[in-house]
Design a protein around this ligand. Structure first.
Ligand code: CO
Length: 134
């Protein structure tokens, strides 16, 4: 089922600081910030030769990463995203296996315009897992 590592997402309290760190200290290519009001975050993507890093900053009221940043005030790894060929099949298989899929349990359009689901960290070694249709 599982395919490539699509990205690792890091929640940050301040996007400009995060961008400067990756661009200036590490010499990375960083995209322009993209506000994603549907997801309550502003994102930038950092392209690496073998995967991407996604920096997430809270956007608006009740951002889903606010609680995480309260517990991790300096920021931290928020989720990892793996590609799957068939998101609906992955969804059915995981649900049948007892893994809790966040939200209404159905794929939603994610930050790259592709269907994604998130699996509850309690069912996955304490790590929030995003699956994205490849
Ligand atoms: Co993500």
């Amino acid at each position: 089922m599982i395919g490539r590592l699509n990205h690792v997402a890091i929640a940050v309290p301040d996007l400009a600081t995060g961008v400067a760190m990756y661009r200036d200290r590490l010499g990375a290519e960083v995209s322009a910030p993209v506000p994603q009001p549907d997801h309550g975050v502003t994102t930038v993507f950092i392209d690496l030769p073998n995967t991407k890093i996604e920096l997430l900053e809270p956007l608006g009221e009740n951002s889903p990463i606010e609680g995480f940043l309260k517990r991790n005030p300096f920021g931290g790894i928020h989720h990892v995203c793996y590609e799957v060929e068939d998101i609906d099949a992955a969804c059915r298989q995981l649900a049948a296996d007892g893994a809790r899929i966040l939200g209404d349990g159905k794929p939603k359009i994610g930050a790259h315009g592709k269907p994604v689901i998130f699996i509850h960290p309690r069912d996955f070694l304490g790590t929030l897992i995003e699956l994205e249709q490849a």
